[in-house]
Design a binder for this molecule. Structure first.
Ligand code: GDP
Length: 364
């Protein structure tokens, strides 16, 4: 599955948000298994109204949403790359994520201490980014000596690695994140293997007070401008609202959101933003037993998509019977869609589209 790391300075609302997200997810997940893997790791069901519609049409007994994993990564403070705070453990945690949700304090509250004594989310963002840049530089410098030795020894792969490492170091030394390096298609795989913290896609999460969740405030506006200038995404969320929602049932939560002028809970917006950030899409498998959603990366081929369910499905892939979501719903299910000629047989070169309802045929 896909993992999103939640980072930020202390006292910005990370834990409040993480606890609310996982608690809400657990409550929503009443009819299917939910597990908290570790105290700071939570599996969250991805809300998708299409799945309920498909299940209703097919009369599926069970609904199984796809999931996204959130990891609450504490310990990032100024000097963290030098072993301040919780030391370097958090760096390993960040390396294992696919994207970073960076929580920024955009609320004023004299009762909540700010580590630097003032509320300034743009400066906070820079503080954290600087730590990550330093950590990336140190890890590259360490590895580079070894790679250079391999290059001298005639290792071809090492030549590519050395070139990419040097390209990363050049921008890091200018104080910029590795994210800004333009990487050719042929280099993508090696680039990912460098596992640089600052090459991960980033989503700024502006944590505002309850009354400001719909419109944002002057501080979140500043973050929005910074994010736009960097080409990064941002969402405005109130961790306090999420905390309250996590204690309500679905109906009460909807009413509460309405009163605040919000269409969706922060959980939904955060996950949607995460999906967009990681270019993720959803396909469905639908039958009388269950209706289930699966996550794939944009541009995934039919065999690779089958592999998300089981490795054997990918290995023995023959073809995929495909109905687009719109056709499935407007025609009223699989049989009528098939009659109308809307069920397609797709081979191994088919690129799965968001919303496809799929049956895989495979050799065992
Ligand atoms: P962390 O250190 O980043 O995990 O921060 P916490 O989630 O522990 O939050 C630090 C403090 O700020 C707690 O007392 C929270 O209740 C409070 N807090 C979090 N979000 C908000 C908010 O939107 N408004 C206000 N006023 N307080 C908040």
């Amino acid at each position: 599955g896909f993992r999103m790391g939640i980072v930020g300075l202390p006292n910005v609302g990370k834990s409040t948000l993480f606890n609310a997200l996982t608690k809400t997810a657990a409550a929503q997940a009443a009819n299917f298994p939910f597990c908290t893997i570790e105290p700071n790791v939570g599996d969250v069901a991805v809300p998708d109204t299409r799945l309920e519609k498909l299940a209703a049409i097919a009369g599926s007994k069970q609904i199984i949403p796809t999931r996204m994993t959130f990891v609450d990564i504490a310990g990032l403070v100024k000097g963290a790359s030098k072993g301040e705070g919780l030391g370097n453990q958090f760096l390993a945690n960040i390396r294992e994520t696919d994207a970073i949700a960076h929580v920024l304090r955009c609320f004023e509250d004299e009762d909540v201490t700010h580590v630097d004594g003032r509320v300034d989310p743009v400066s906070d963002a820079e503080t954290i980014e600087t730590e990550l840049i330093i950590a990336d530089m140190e890890s590259l410098e360490k590895r580079l000596q070894n790679i250079t030795r391999k290059v001298r020894g005639g290792d071809k792969e090492a030549v590519q690695q050395e070139r990419l490492m040097k390209a990363a170091l050049a921008v890091l030394e200018e104080g910029k994140p590795a994210r800004v390096v333009e990487v050719d298609e042929d280099d993508q795989k090696q680039w990912k293997m460098l596992q640089l913290l600052t090459s991960k896609p980033i989503l700024y999460v502006c944590n505002v007070d309850e009354g400001e969740a719909a419109e944002g405030n002057a501080l979140s506006q500043k973050v929005a401008e910074m994010a736009a200038a960097q080409g990064n995404a941002h969402v405005v969320i109130s961790a306090k609202i999420e905390e309250e929602i996590s204690q309500l049932d679905a109906e009460e939560a909807e009413e509460f959101l309405g009163e605040l002028g919000l269409k969706e809970a922060g959980l939904d917006r955060l996950i949607k933003a995460g999906y967009a950030l990681l270019e993720l899409e959803t396909y469905f498998t639908v039958g009388p037993k269950e209706a289930r959603a699966w996550t794939i990366k944009h541009g995934t081929s039919a065999p690779q998509a089958a592999g998300v369910i089981h490795g054997d499905f990918e290995k023995g892939f023959i073809r995929a019977e495909t109905i687009a979501y719109e056709d499935f719903v407007s025609l009223g299910g699989e049989a009528p869609a098939k009659e109308a000629g809307k069920m397609r047989a797709e081979g191994k070169n088919y690129t799965v589209q968001d919303g496809d309802v799929l049956h895989f045929l495979f050799n065992t």
